[in-house]
Design a binder for this molecule. Structure first.
Ligand code: PMP
Length: 482
């Protein structure tokens, strides 16, 4: 047996749950599983690359374009040169944004490779912009101090000096997920992912939906200024940004409440910090619009896209920044070897063209409705098992009632957060359906198929879910592998 060196520990866990299938081909919403006997078994994929596959696996038009690009010798690496294809993609993303939000302000684009990396780009850009706001305030105060009595100016300076270095505060909602890199993981609420690395970056402040203004108030730090000979307090810009997902994906498929969205926008405007809308999982058409935040009219100052922008083939991500909030000098401080490469930008442009010129948004909405109805029918049949069905378009979740009281080992698995994975193993092995729970709410299954998902594939899921619900109600132990 060959040495197992690529995340062998994880593979071992997957094997225990019957989830270590090897997929050898993908097309649309189907993955072919090569089983131990060498057969290739079709599996309906509702995981959809956790949101990357709005067009499905290996969409023919995207694959054909990739072939064309490679056959034509597209220069994948041409750093520090003019990248018109990146500009074309940025322009296409702007045109969609202007239409969906009814705005005309241009958004500048900084490209990256993955979702978490683009979140880190947003973190860095927001901190650079905040640094400029602090410097501007300091310069203004210094001007006032130049006219103040020397001893007063000295006391004010002494008071302010250490405060100018106050670390930034990044705000985000409870339950949020913004990635797993050193900075971004601090914006990911799940303590399992975040806490071991809390010494590596500033911790975020997690805010409940109703307490946005309160969180900003509690983050308040002031410095002193002198006005007409009087000492006055000025707010130091400590909040660098508010990060928000239009639908929390890994947190359990929670659609952002429009009232909370409006509150975040209003508080950010009042205090002059940017709203970063993380569309990494929601964006690129899945919800029936290109930008999911447009459903609730939340126009971000920054918008982050990744996953489906690469058409299921390229690895790419981008941070869009409203021109009035953009710091051009940032471009000299941030770069990455593969970012803004011709291959990914061309593929991204083709993805946007495809969505814009086909009935893709309408299909996402319609197929989402069909899937939601199917999930609701399961919930109605098993009210003691299914707690909720929610989401928008092709980003749906089905939440099970708390299983922690079920007989062991299912109760035990629920307590360790594994019950969703046991269900996933059962559905794969018994029903040839691939689903996963969300990363931070493991009793919620997430469904993110492509716009091509068929009624027959949804029926296959429903049959599997009925079997799961029957087992959870009557005899949970039958769900366990082996
Ligand atoms: N933000 C959100 C909202 C996500 O859903 C994800 C991935 N699940 C990320 C950030 C991180 O993206 P990546 O895995 O590409 O780093």
């Amino acid at each position: 047996m060959a040495l197992e060196l690529a995340e062998a520990h994880l593979r071992g866990l997957l094997a225990q749950l019957g989830l270590d299938a090897e997929y050898v081909r993908g097309e649309g919403d189907t993955l072919w599983w090569r089983t131990a006997s060498g057969d290739e078994v079709p599996v309906v994929d509702f995981v959809g690359g956790y949101g990357s596959l709005v067009l499905g696996h290996n969409h023919p038009e995207i694959v054909a374009h990739a072939r064309e690009l490679l056959a034509g010798g597209v220069p994948v690496h041409a750093q520090f040169s003019y990248h018109p294809y990146a500009n074309d993609l940025a322009a296409a993303l702007n045109r969609v944004l202007w239409r969906e939000f009814g705005t005309f302000e241009p958004y500048s684009a900084v490209f990256a490779n993955t979702g978490a990396e683009a979140v880190e780009v947003a973190l860095k850009h927001a901190e650079m912009a905040r640094g400029a706001r602090v410097a501007a305030l300091r310069a203004e105060i210094e001007e006032h101090l130049a006219d103040a009595p020397a001893d007063l100016a000295a006391r004010v300076r002494e008071h302010n000096e250490s405060r100018y270095d106050t670390p930034p505060v990044f705000l985000t909602l409870e339950g949020s997920f913004h990635g797993k890199l050193a900075g971004s993981v601090q914006l990911t609420h799940n303590p399992g992912y975040r806490v071991p690395f809390r010494a590596l970056a500033v911790p975020a402040r997690f805010v409940s939906g109703g307490e946005v203004a309160k969180a900003v108030e509690e983050s308040r730090v002031t410095v002193l200024d002198v006005h007409d000979g009087q000492v006055v307090e000025r707010d130091l810009p400590v909040v660098a940004a508010f990060f928000v997902e239009p639908i929390q994906g890994e947190g359990g498929i929670h659609v952002l409440d429009p009232v909370v969205a409006a509150d975040i926008r209003a508080v950010a405007d009042a205090h002059g910090f940017p709203v970063v809308v993380d569309e990494i999982q929601t964006g690129v058409g899945r919800t029936g619009k290109f930008y999911a935040a447009s459903h609730v009219g939340l126009l971000g100052d920054y918008i982050v896209l990744a996953k489906a922008l690469g058409g299921g083939i390229a690895k790419t991500s981008v941070l869009l920044v409203r021109q009035s909030a953009y710091v051009p000098e940032f471009e000299l401080l941030h770069s990455s070897t593969f970012a803004k490469d011709a291959f990914s930008c061309h593929i991204g442009s083709r993805v946007v063209d495809f969505l814009e010129s086909s009935d893709a948004y309408a299909r996402a909405a319609a197929r989402g409705t069909a899937l939601k109805q199917a999930l609701r029918s399961v919930a109605a049949e098993f009210p003691t098992v299914v707690a909720d069905v929610r989401g928008r378009g092709l980003m749906l979740g089905l939440e099970f009632h708390d299983q922690t009281g079920a007989p062991d080992p299912v109760g035990e698995l629920a307590r360790t957060g594994l019950v969703g994975y046991v269900v996933a193993g059962y559905l794969l092995n018994h029903h040839r359906v691939r689903v996963f729970p969300t990363a931070s709410a493991s009793h919620t299954l997430r469904f993110e198929p492509s716009i091509g998902i068929t009624d027959a594939q949804i029926d296959q899921l429903v049959i599997g879910l009925r079997a799961v619900c029957t087992a959870l109600r009557d005899n949970p132990l039958t769900l366990l592998p082996g």
